[in-house]
Design a protein around this ligand. Sequence first.
Ligand SMILES: [Zn+2]
Length: 462
Amino acid sequence: MPARIFIFFVIISCFLVRVAAAAGVPVTAFTGASVINESGTAFESGSTIIIRDGKIVAIGRSGAVTIPAGARTVPLNGRYVVPGLVNSHVHLATLAVPAQARAYLRRELYSGVTMVRDMAGDVRLLAELQREAAADEIVAPDIYYASLFAGPSFFVDPRSHDASRGIEPGKAPWMQAISPETDLRLAVARAKGTGATAIKLYADLPAPLVTAITAEAHRQSLLVWSHAAIFPARPSEIVEAGVDVMSHADFIGFESITPFPQSFQQARRTDLSAWKLTPAVSSVLSKMKSRGLILDATVDVGFRDPIPTWPASVAVQLAREAHKRGIPISAGTDDDADWKDPNSALLAEIERLVHDVGMTNAEALRAATVVGARTVGEQATLAAGHAANFVVLGADPLQDIRNLRNVILVVKHGIEHQRSAYEPATSAPTASNAGHSFRHQPGTYTRRAAPERQWSAESPLS
Ligand SMILES: [Zn+2]
């Protein structure tokens, strides 16, 4: 070959390599896996998933999917792939302790959770954690969070002080006291400005305010996540208000309690084991079904962290009734479970949905994926164009739901996290502040200085 032609080819080759590199975002092909189908009812063996730039670009039977030249191949023969799990009820920052929250999030991710719905806390930390998770600076699920609205009388609760330290309780944009005099347009706008994608309705609000807040939140394109009873607003009135998600199956039972509690503190002292499946309770459930409302049932927390006035059996009974009627149920933990536990409490919640609530394995998996994602207005589908968020399991969860504990690999935004690389947190920094948990500290709260305490004494806002 003449020298000039050789040099020409060298130059052209270099150019082509540069073009390939520029276009060549790394591509990974996961091959040979059994991937759950879109309805979540069966696995399709011998499947291939192609991911690029954090997204699924192709998925299907091996013969039907072409693996691009140069792709890195990850063989997953004998493995089972399901969408990343969604924990629809967490409390990352009732009291902002960044190290604790990050340890919790890391544990959730390594348990297969790629999305969490935070049910109100200190947004100054939540927004930062959300940024870090979205940018893959920390090993964590993606985070969605709410701003909390409650009646002024609620703000003696020390958890509301914890979550807005440095600001007068009830005045923080993410933790607002709402009365009939409140300018709701401004209140919702302030809540939205925190980066929240929903309003959480918590306590001590009458029905007309619940209705007005819900309408204004929807007008400003925010979701409304409510407790299933707000006192004095009843479950039936909350359903009628048009909220999107209701938390705590047991709270629906309050519809049959007479006299109906007029505040969160009264409800806290009410024996919910006296609930009955009255026509009024049935009507609440029927309307939830017809309106497509999602129930964030939180069954396991009552077993894990019992409250004598609200027996765990009530949540089980009402979740069963809801499920029988076809109400979509999401899987949430309402925890700040032991951060040293190497597994997410979500796995116990999912197992409760099967063994106590009567779901099939497929239904429980759907609760923790598809339905959970819907609570935040997202999707959890393994399909081209969707985020590459999935869990690789060593055994079939449709055969035995406990196989969700057999995590081999978690992929979030296309980044691979080998479960074998996970080291559970065993020690933690001391925070010079304390959390408050209503589950452990019933009674009337008064504002007080926080004592020195280990940060493991964290507090759920339920
Ligand atoms: Zn909660």
